[in-house]
Design a protein around this ligand. Sequence first.
Ligand SMILES: *Cc1c(COP(=O)(O)O)cnc(C)c1O
Length: 374
Amino acid sequence: MYRIPTRCVHAGTIDDVREKGINSPVYTSTSFGITEGEGPIYPRYMNTPNVRSVSEKIAALEECETALVFSSGMAAISTVLFAFLNQGDHAIFQRGLYGGTMHFLEREMNRFGIHYSIAGSQSVADIQSQIRKNTKLIFIETPSNPLLNITDIPAVAALAASAGIISVADNTFATPINQRPCRMGIDVVVHSATKYLGGHSDILAGAVATSGRLMKPVHETALNFGGSLNAFTLYLLERSIKTLDLRVNRINLNAMEIARYLKSHKKISKVYYPGLADHPGHLTALAQMSGFGGMVSFEMAGQDARSFQKKLRLIKPAVSLGALESICCSPASTSHRHLGAEGRKAEGISEDLIRLSVGIEDAEDLKADLERAL
Ligand SMILES: *Cc1c(COP(=O)(O)O)cnc(C)c1O
């Protein structure tokens, strides 16, 4: 097998036999001729040439037997949950999950008679203590949002395997460049490809990577829910993933430098970054990640989030993450607003926490912008 940067460029590319173009041809058809023996090809069945091609690229990067692309991260996540959970089943989630995943649980699960628990922390013991007789699935997200807590992936995978429970990991923050959960025993990886895989703040997409056996029910559920991705967006996603290794490695370096800069700044009271030696999950991160990613969160001494964000010129206050440009947000007024002050306090999210998604700009320019605002 080729190494990761080579896979980013070449894995899954459609061989253009007719015209010998270097890039995968884009097949926009929604109607394909019927061929003997094979089932029908149709975009919602998620079996068009471009779906198969980009899925193959993601499977190669996640080092899974197979993958499937979706129209959003939430389409991927909801399909996986409904594929494996039936009425009366129980699933375990964690604190610090992506807000949309949390909202999905609160809004949809009980309605369909599916029970769930939220483990009180990232520790494996806390997850284990929630296991019931009817537990069918454990879902983790590491690093977590926005405090970048780390869950021990091999330990969760082993716990789930020993109890016959399906383990799922949201690998959006880490990307397959920094962390490959299936290699550590996780059954199913999910992605919001809107973030680093897409990487340019211009497409919405999702992905699932797993074994051939577990993909069967996911695929069957997927075509019923209909969250398929169109050919034009697939073309952009394929193009983006070709530079994933370059982008993520640059982002890792920039984020580390900014985390160190913030750490030594007298106007900063706390920095959350798994690459820092005093981060509580640092040793676990070191064991399971090859880079620490581009998300850095911090708290300031003596300045509120609003006035800080107003003074930035280069780093824009904006939602989402994982793209070329550095952006920041205040979780208390965006992703975690719905929790209220009490809820945020319980989650350990201070009112003036800033979450930074570090881009590929020059680190000196980013530091100068932060310095000005601080
Ligand atoms: C954004 C995000 C999602 C949801 O993805 P969409 O593409 O917005 O549907 C899921 N998980 C994580 C960690 C995310 O950051």
